[in-house]
Design a protein around this ligand. Sequence first.
Ligand code: GLN
Length: 489
Amino acid sequence: MSTPDTAATIAAEVAAGRRRAEEVCRAALGRIAARNGELKAFLELTAEHALERAVAIDRDVVAGRPVGPLAGVPVAVKDNLCTTFGHTTCGSRILAGYVSPYSATAVERLEAAGAVIVGKTNLDEFAMGSSTENSGYFPTRNPWDPERVPGGSSGGSAAAVAAGFVPAALGSDTGGSIRQPAALCGVVGLKPTYGRVSRYGLVAYGSSLDQVGPLAGTVTDAALLLAVLSGRDPRDSTSVDQAVPDYRGALRDAPLAAVAHGLRIGVPAEYFGAGLDAETEGAVRSALRVFEQLGATLVDVTLPRTPQAIAAYYLVATAEASGNLARYDGVHYGYRTPHPADIEDLYSATRAEGFGPEVKRRIMLGTFALSAGYYDRYYNKALRVRRLIQEDFTAAFDHCDVVAGPTSPTPAFRLGERTADPLQMYLADVYTISANLAGIPAISLPCGFTRAGLPIGLQLQGPLFGETLLLQAARLYERATDWHTRRAG
Ligand code: GLN
């Protein structure tokens, strides 16, 4: 089994006519055929559509027409992003068989840039979870150890990149769903600033938290995708009209050299407390020393409301989810109960049969938090905590350029280990959730392995629209280490 080249290499070779996109696509489909049966990263392959796109790109190259910066790059897409080709299920039985009439802006932009979308990846139902075990279809396995979870909710996308099926994939991140699976699978995952990337066509979970972003094998490839995804979209009023920097250009030697010296890395004590696995802490602390050797300065910072982030998140996210998921009623979309007694039964039986247990738990929690009498006590209080978390970051970024710490408190856990205990599962996101509440960008990148051979992720968080510096810091570290060159299986 061949390992794929990076997206940057593939795009350059295809554009130059040295390699055919069709051949690259067939090779990816071959790698998927060899190991997806075991890992189950994909809910559906879109091979026919992919090959058509690849052939069209090859034709453009031969005709001398311009091709985009992702020409011929095979990409996997999380199945909560709408595509007109294939199905969009969100990992839920309630959307079984659903075909979207439009594609997400993120998907359209990738295709316009020449990417070849090979399939839709598995996820926790409606992106609710941290292990991909909440998928209504089947769990995905971690390519480094198939007895373990790939993380979630973008577990299928992370596994697809880690297994070498594709050089890059799309995920969504509401509370850590790009970064945590990236960490558990040993790949790079970037959650952009809220508003940096259009959410049009991303099936809504927690609308004030959701962001689309890339997972990739290298920092440069993540930058390449981010550049394509970013920018104002008139169809998403929360997308921000702000110039898109040359993320990839910023990773060349000269600009990197310019930022290395004097880079201030904030280290929050709150990210190194109880519950942090010892091997994870060791790897992250070694990574901090690498930054020092590169000329950066470590600065102690404090993010005092970190312990309240999970509670605030599970009120805000579930409140928004309870509204967003009201539309699945058996009339508008997907599944409908076969023998309803009346209209009310149609709604309730469809939802009872179509949603899985975690989704129901969250709809109930969110509905409760928004109900009269409890609104102030829970939802409004969570919003106040959210504001304080934002202020914590603003204060921290007065003293540092990026905040560093672990992405996940533990490496990949065993399948089934936490499914019986939702609270234990929620703790997987203790370090990632704050970035969503604050709207700031954050990246996870490989920084080592446990003795058992499981990947460990380093998280860097930056100020609003600080993606360039985040990517530069990540690339500086990547260039000085070789974790990203290791491949699973
Ligand atoms: N694991 C978190 C949750 O279950 C975050 C999920 C996400 O980012 N989509 O809500």
